[in-house]
Design a protein around this ligand. Structure first.
Ligand code: GN1
Ligand code: MG
Length: 366
């Protein structure tokens, strides 16, 4: 038996593993879809957690279990029977009842159930898909809006703290050997011009205007589960970054992903635009579920959140390019530079359409 099959076998409840293939398009963890000889739940998802990024994987599992238990309780308490289907992946245990498996080389593995009849889609398809993606994030936030964030561990210190990413950037810049090019110059200037503003959400948080809440951390389009029959959203996966944060990080991340129809991997970075029609649709879907717990201040910082998370992701990609691609997986040496250009162009498009985006937010909250 090869090594991967042997690892998968640990989570297969004594059923033989019949197939194993790479799955999804994550930038951090390695993910596989495993098929076992069983009529009930014949498939599950196996992942190697990147412990260079998540240095305390046991805390990731702990958060996942607290989250899952809370959401299952909430779903059971919804007795009106009118709620749409909502699925949460289950953590699978090994034969020794552990929620993870550690290989002799130290690699850390875990498995979760595969949600039957669902798919994930890399690129936003149309306005209806956008509404579903927004609905999914709103429903997700609503389900955990009464979960005390203090129960969740900080599994990735500094995640979405933009001033910290800027400090890391300057640190890398001070030692990196930079291959000068027009594109690198564009990025350097792009960051320089926005440094002072980049504290906006952290300042609002420190001033007590924006509260810490439990968040997803990575609600991009392809983390939303779509039902293959109804095309409705039925869940959100990739729960490694569920931890205390600002809902603005999530809303910004969802919109920077959903309103970029060319996608974050496009080579046509100069063509990238923020689609404001899609923004309206995603936000409408979101607010249909989330308007109940958002405050005046939450709304006041929504535009900044949208602009900031696109900028922040560009900064993270650019820094990783300068550092020699040590964080995000890459397929070629300038991959992170290309990704940074996409996010910076998207940020510029958000900035150019600020009045439209602000009026969409105002219309929808009215
Ligand atoms: C990473 O691994 P993946 O693709 O789920 C990253 C996110 C980025 C995303 C960009 C822990 O997520 O923050 O938005 O890439 N996750 C982490 O595609 O850094
Ligand atoms: Mg992720």
């Amino acid at each position: 038996m090869d090594r991967l099959t042997n690892i998968a076998q640990q989570f297969a409840a004594s059923r033989p593993v019949t197939e194993l293939r790479a799955f999804g398009s994550g930038n951090i963890n390695d993910t596989y879809l495993v098929t076992i000889a069983s009529d009930r739940e014949p498939q599950f998802v196996l992942q190697r957690i990147n412990t260079h990024v998540f240095q305390q994987p046991a805390l990731v599992m702990q958060n996942m279990c607290i989250f899952t238990e809370h959401v299952c309780q909430q779903l059971q308490a919804q007795t009106d029977g009118l709620e749409r289907r909502w699925a949460v992946p289950r953590v699978l245990l090994t034969l020794a009842n552990q929620d993870h498996w550690v290989e002799p080389d130290g690699s850390y593995w875990r498995a979760i159930s595969f949600i039957d009849g669902s798919e994930t889609i890399d690129l936003i398809q149309d306005i209806e898909h956008g509404r579903e993606v927004g609905y999914a994030l709103g429903r997700f936030h609503h389900l955990i809006s009464n979960l005390d964030p203090a129960l969740l561990a900080d599994t990735l210190v500094g995640f979405h703290i933009t001033p910290q990413y800027l400090a890391d950037y300057h640190q890398v810049l001070s030692t990196a050997t930079i291959a000068v090019s027009e594109q690198v110059d564009y990025c350097l200037k792009f960051v320089r011009d926005r440094q002072a503003w980049a504290r906006v959400l952290e300042d609002a948080k420190n001033d007590g205007k924006l509260p810490l809440r439990p968040i997803h951390g990575d609600p991009k389009v392809n983390n939303v589960l779509i039902c293959t029959t109804t095309q409705q959203a039925i869940g959100i996966i990739d729960l490694d970054t569920v931890k205390p944060g600002l809902v603005h990080y999530d809303i910004g991340d969802c919109l920077r992903s959903g309103c970029n129809p060319l996608g974050e991997e496009t080579k046509e970075w100069e063509q990238v635009e923020f689609d404001t029609q899609m923004c309206r649709s995603i936000l409408a879907g979101y607010l249909s579920q989330a308007s109940g717990f958002l405050t005046e201040d939450d709304y006041a910082y929504l535009f900044d959140g949208i602009r900031l998370i696109a900028f922040e992701l560009g900064l993270r990609f650019f820094t990783d390019y300068l550092a020699g691609n040590v964080y995000f997986k890459v397929k070629y040496p300038t991959h992170n530079l290309d990704r940074a250009l996409v996010q910076f162009k998207l940020t510029a498009s958000i900035e150019a359409q600020e009045p439209i985006i602000r009026s969409i937010i105002n219309d929808l909250r009215a």
